[in-house]
Design a protein. Structure first.
Length: 364
């Protein structure tokens, strides 16, 4: 079962202790801001196996890109360390665990960072930002500016449903999930510059992938899909060798979507691929998003909306702020022990499947 830890600080301490005991090489990237209790924040890496510059293949496993989702991701990383698998890697293989990509969001129970940036919509070309022409139509009910907010008021969902029915699935999904770059105080804001987390991740890539010919990346998330069920999302064009890995490694869990149908501007897929393509000496890449389902999407929309209102028009340190943080955490890190057991069992099985595939050389 994924262990219960209260906050980013205790999760980080447990991760570093486990990794150090297992013989990992550690590195820390301090964040410029502090957590709710005044604690320092950071993104940390733990490297197992071949040293930097001596690995042919790197497996990157990241958690906490969407802040509050880091509770499950951090727990799964610690469970993987505890299996001892990372101390028995084949020659020429390294595994890098990237812990709390967005430590501010992890600490404050937010999906976004300290600039309201959804980091998974931040890996874009800022000279040619994606357009979201319909977002202005949903801004008024997704991003209220009132001095007070009833956390249990779901009337806005009727407006959301009406928009969906009027414009259809494709437009609605792109509008609500594809990121937007014109409303910095709105949900799904992708930023107008490279975020702290993006810069940190790209620094980690440059350091740890030096000299490698191949990279496999797995990014752990929660919140999308049926309760307790794992879905492994893979975005790759059909002609690419990486496209076959998802169905080969994760046959029961894989959902394939090529880039022509993707709305994501995130860490994996377009983000990692674009970074790797900038230099012919950088490795070939195969990426997958490891996602564990929680509750219905309407519940997610409700807590996203409340969290966004709180940090722009409310008081995050108030009792209401504590309630919003609690609801965000509960949505993305379900308290039910059965859910946490499902995440642990399926998550470890998926990570072991990827490591087995790398050991066989499937990614080459």
């Amino acid at each position: 079962m994924i262990p219960e830890l209260d906050d980013h600080r205790t999760a980080r301490q447990a991760f570093l202790a486990a990794a150090e005991t297992a013989g990992a090489t550690l590195d820390t990237h301090p964040h410029p801001l502090l957590g709710p209790a005044g604690e320092p924040l950071s993104t940390d890496t733990a490297r197992f196996g071949a040293p930097i510059g001596e690995a042919d293949t790197i497996v990157l496993i990241s958690s906490g890109l969407h802040g509050v989702e880091g509770h499950a991701g951090s727990g799964l990383q610690r469970l993987l360390i505890a299996t001892g698998r990372l101390q028995q890697l084949p020659a020429g293989v390294a595994v890098v665990l990237l812990h709390a990509v967005n430590p501010y969001g992890f600490a404050w129970s937010r999906r976004v960072d300290h600039e309201n940036i959804d980091v998974n919509r931040n890996f874009v070309d800022y000279g040619d930002l994606p357009d979201n022409p319909w977002y202005a139509d949903v801004d008024r009910f997704l991003n209220p500016t009132t001095p007070d907010l009833d956390l249990d008021d779901t009337e806005f969902l009727a407006d959301l449903l009406a928009f969906w029915q009027e414009h259809g699935d494709s437009v609605a999904f792109q509008t609500l999930s594809g990121g937007q770059y014109d409303h910095p105080h709105g949900v799904q804001f992708g930023g107008r510059h490279a975020s702290w987390s993006r810069c940190t991740v790209e620094q980690v890539w440059a350091t740890h992938l030096a000299g490698a010919a191949h990279a496999v990346a797995l990014d752990i998330h929660t919140g999308l899909g049926p309760l307790g069920r794992l879905t492994v999302f893979q975005t790759a064009d059909d002609h690419e060798p990486a496209a076959a890995l998802g169905t080969a490694w994760f046959p029961s869990w894989c959902y394939r979507s090529d880039r022509t149908r993707s709305v994501d501007h995130g860490l994996l897929g377009v983000g990692f691929d674009a970074w790797a393509a900038l230099d012919p000496d950088r490795p070939s890449v195969a990426t997958s998003v490891v996602e564990f389902g929680t509750y219905e999407p309407t519940g997610g929309a409700t807590v996203f909306r409340a969290d966004n209102w709180l940090h722009h028009h409310g008081d995050p340190t108030s009792a209401l702020g504590a309630e919003v943080r609690s609801r965000m955490r509960d949505f993305f890190f379900v308290a039910d022990p059965a859910w946490r057991t499902d995440v642990a069992d399926q998550g470890l099985a998926a990570l072991h499947a990827a490591l087995d595939g790398v050991a066989r050389g499937d990614h080459r």
